[in-house]
Design a protein around this ligand. Structure first.
Ligand code: NAP
Ligand code: MN
Length: 265
């Protein structure tokens, strides 16, 4: 089996990376940054997002696992003290796989040309540096509302504990194949009206955002933001691709939620 290790780059993470690399090669596994079957992320959830995007083109054949070197993460859920146990488990392959849903985002331009397609592990957010965004929001091809406000966030179930949670969205178990649409400070008065509640859209219920004012948009996919002009539409739906996690021991989602947000030391 081929593996690679992605480190956050700090001293502690780099040290763990070296240990993992050394031990796994001792167990006759092959270190391969190009075509890994297993990607081990060492750092935080941010590092995991980076590792995901680095290998997003080979999701079908790659499994991910995260070790955290700071606080407990949602993706990085192994502690450094467990690394040796983890290495032995990895060396014993084959391992169990757990899959989580992803978000597909397609950005189309007025000028035609090639559309941009992305997969997000946490979410996509759409904002502007020029006042508010104004969108015609369509769901499954039907007009739903005209949104005017700071922006919108469309998250995956595993991303629901990140930005989405800060916006008052629900925490969605990753066994639910859905995406969630949350508002950022919508303007509600006699002229503009939005639903105001987060919406959870099942598979095949595509959400299409059509700008009604031609501004430039800040479109973020997880930790990466880009500016777009001439945007005709932004299409969001549950992706057909999924992320695969290598699972070596049970650590239920609700326990991770509890340990991250409510458990006392
Ligand atoms: P960051 O500023 O370090 O991330 C913000 C925090 O979100 C960090 O504590 C990060 O954990 C945590 N996080 C990432 N994914 C998570 C998840 N699925 N569940 C719970 N917490 C999660 O930037 P980053 O590390 O590059 O992460 C990018 C993410 O930041 C975006 O995808 C977005 O979800 C989030 N974000 C949140 C807000 C907000 O809550 N108001 C605003 C902007 C962005 P680590 O420290 O382990 O990296
Ligand atoms: Mn981070």
């Amino acid at each position: 089996m081929k593996f690679t290790v992605v480190s956050r780059g700090d001293e502690r993470s780099n040290k763990i990376k070296l240990t993992v690399k050394q031990y796994l090669t001792d167990f006759d596994l092959i270190y391969d940054e190009k075509e890994p079957d297993l990607v081990i992320s060492v750092g935080g959830d941010g590092t995991f997002l980076e590792a995901f995007h680095r290998y997003v083109y080979r999701l079908k054949s790659t499994a991910f696992i995260g070790v955290h070197t700071g606080h407990l993460g949602f993706y990085a859920d192994w502690v450094p003290e467990e690394v040796e146990k983890l290495i032995i488990e990895i060396a014993k392959t084959p391992f169990q796989i757990v899959e989580y849903p992803l978000l597909e985002v397609i950005i189309r331009s007025h000028t035609g040309g090639k559309e941009d397609r992305f997969l997000a592990l946490n979410e996509s957010t759409i904002k502007t540096a020029e006042g508010s965004v104004v969108f015609d929001v369509q769901i499954k091809g039907e007009h739903f509302e005209t949104f005017r406000g700071d922006g919108l966030c469309i998250s995956t179930p595993s991303g629901s504990t990140a930005y989405n949670k800060a916006l008052g969205g629900a925490i969605l178990h990753p066994a639910v194949d859905a995406i969630q649409l949350t508002e950022m400070a919508s303007i509600n008065n006699r002229v503009f009206r939005t639903i105001g509640s987060p919406l959870i859209l099942p598979k095949h219920h595509t959400c299409l955002l059509k700008p009604m004012v031609d501004s430039s948009f800040l479109i973020a996919i997880d930790h990466f933001t880009e500016t777009y002009t001439n945007v005709k539409s932004i299409q969001c739906r549950v992706a057909k691709e999924r992320i695969r996690f290598a699972r070596f021991r049970p650590f239920p989602f609700w326990n991770r939620v509890r340990d991250s947000f409510v458990a006392e030391e």
